[in-house]
Structure formats: C-alpha cells, structure tokens
Design a protein around this ligand. Sequence first.
Ligand code: 57M
Length: 358
Amino acid sequence: MFYNLLAPLASQWSAFNVFRYITFRSMAALITALLISILIGPRFISWLHRLKCGQYILDDVASHASKAGTPTMGGLLMLLSLGVSILLWADLTNMYIWQAMLVFVGFGMVGLWDDLTKLRHHQNKGISPRAKLAGQIAIACVAMWLLIHNPTFTSNLYVPFFKGAVFDLGMLYLPFGVFVMIAASNAVNLTDGLDGLAIGPTIVAAIVYSIFIYVTGHARFADYLLVPFMPGVGEVTVLCAALIGSGLGFLWFNAYPAQVFMGDVGSLSIGGLLGYLALLCKQELILAVVGGLFVVETLSVILQVSYFRWTGGKRIFRMAPLHHHFELKGIPESKIIIRFWITSVLLGLFALSVLKLR
Ligand code: 57M
C-alpha cells in the first residue's frame, strides 16, 4: 500500500524514493510482522485459551503430558501478521504477491478445518487424511494453474550444482509442482512436534529463499550468478521478509516451553508457501536441501511405517518422526530442538552455495 501510495510522490519529493526499494520495504515488512506478532501475541493466546483451543496431547511420549492445555492454532497469528505486513509494504499490483498469499491462506484454511474438527471432537482426530489431501491438491492445482500462466513461467527444471543441466519437464511440470507444494506442506506438519522445531527451520528457509528470489528478480545479479532472470519476481522478497518476521514473532511464544502451538493452520500454510516460493524462483530441487530437516523427518516416518509393515511389527526408530526417537532416548527437548536448528542453518548455508558452485 505504501509503495502504491507513496512511491509515485518521489517525482516531487526525492525522499519518497525509498518506498521504491525492495530492500527497504522488505526490512520494514519484517519488522512490522514481528512487532504485530509480539504486541498482539499475549492477547491472542488468552483469546485462544478462552475459546478452549487447548491441544489434545497423546500419551505415547510421557514428557509431553505437561503440555496439555497449551492452545493451538497459533498459525492464525502468523497469517494475520504476515497479511497485514504485506498489505502495508508490498506492491499490491504485483501478481506474484497475490499468488503466494493465495497459497499461504489456502493451505492454512485446510489446516484450520482440521484444527477445528479436532477441537470439536475434543481429541486428536481431525478431518480424514483423504479430505486433507483433497483440500491440498485443490489449492496446489489452482496455484499451478496461475503459475503456468505467468509471463515468466518455464517448465524447465534446473539441476543444482550442475551448469547447463536443465530438463524441460513439459506438461509433467504441473504434477511435479503440485507434488512439491503438498510434500512441503506435509513435511512441515510432521516436523511440528516439539517447541520451535518447525518454525526455526522455516525462518532459515525463508531467509535462503528471500536471497534466491531477490537475485532472480534482479537483472544484473541474475546474469552474474547464472540464474534465470524473472522480472517482477523480486517483489516476493517483501513477502519472504514478512514470513521471517512473523516466524520470529511466533517463535517468541512457541520457544520452549511453548505458550502456543501453530496447529495445522500454521504448519500446512508455511509448508505450502515454501513449496510455492521454490517453484516461483526455479530453485525447486534445492528445497530438499534448504528444508533438509523436514525431509529427514518425513523419511524417518516413511522408513518406520514401511519397515513396520514389512517385518510385521519391528521398528527402526524408537518412534517416528525422528524427534520422538531422540526424546525416547532421553535427550532433553530443548537440546534436540537446538541441535535440529543448527543442522538447518548448516543446510541453509550449503544450499546458498548453489548460487556460486556449479
Ligand atoms: C501432526 N502433531 C503433533 C500441534 C502442532 C504417520 C504418523 C507419523 C503421523 C504423525 C502425525 O500425526 N503427525 C502430524 C503431529 C502434536 O502437535 C500438534 O499438531 C500440530 C501440527 N500439525 O502445531 O498443534 C503434538 O506435538 C507436540 N508439539 C510440541 N510443541 C510444538 O510447538 O510439543 C507440537 C508443537 C502436540 C505436542 O505434544 O500435542 C504430534 O506429535 O502429535 N504421528 C505422530 O507423529 C505420532 N507417531 C507415531 O505414531 N509413530 C509410529 C508410526 C510412525 C508407526 C511409530 O513410530 O511407531 C506421534 N504423535 C504423538 N505422540 N503425539 C507419536 C507420539
């Protein structure tokens, strides 16, 4: 809004030029989203308490019993702070911003539906996995339909670290894109089982993708770093920055011991958005490295379930997803969380090297 209202005034007052800069507006969007979350957070959490949005806790992991009653659906706070920040600081005529918001809110609504169903049943039973998947597929298909109609769209798949390794997926890019968003959404959801465990790596991924997206939208940087240049995509840096801010603001309350959980409304929306950002800037495959922690958690579940079925009841891990395995080994929750964060920072730094190493 400020961009659309104030940047045109730069012709009369040069000071208003600052509203043209993506870097300035990104910083402002980050701080705005962070402040909104921190200022509204306490009231928002009391409101969730009043609505009796307490999380139903399964008793498989004894140390989680003390978490009973912690309100869930804190992801709504992220939706709100990111939404307001974007309305204030992004160029509202930029279609990529609206597409990203559609993915964020769309996946969030599927998650909200699941959270509200769990709440109504007063237990951990939400909507059926089939209904959840159908909702995710519907949102991802709409997002892909919009994406392929973008002027910057190509169905090329760039292989990280290999110069010139580009495959044109043609029509297959459509199901591939749908898969990326749904896989990312479910992977973040599976990871969200300890305080701050999902939001930490999300912040790291948002930082990495804000750099990829800024470079993709900048003709000179894109040319120098040999990434495809896409005019207009750079504006989405503002949204990545707002995601960093709202993520940090949420972490303020979700840090161990958590005062609020994000719920599916938070985890599904964040994951879907990360998938969309990867598709938008043509850094799809590197998402598996940036979000390597989410991938490892998901793989641990796939391995555990497959092995369990194959052997008729034997397990590889004490419990999946992986964080439960470490908990059952007796490692304190805060230590697991911080070690997982360190791993995700290292993965994020490694992923960034894709810009130079080829
Ligand atoms: C949601 N939800 C958390 C919170 C959060 C196939 C199977 C692996 C599925 C998996 C599953 O259901 N995963 C999806 C995981 C839950 O958190 C809520 O859910 C939201 C995210 N969707 O925002 O609202 C619990 O996690 C804890 N938590 C925190 N801090 C946070 O910031 O402590 C969450 C956020 C919360 C709280 O205790 O109640 C969850 O873990 O349920 N299922 C599992 O993960 C289960 N694993 C399992 O059954 N493993 C078996 C299978 C694979 C064969 C095995 O290994 O043998 C575990 N779930 C629970 N206890 N609750 C088992 C242990």
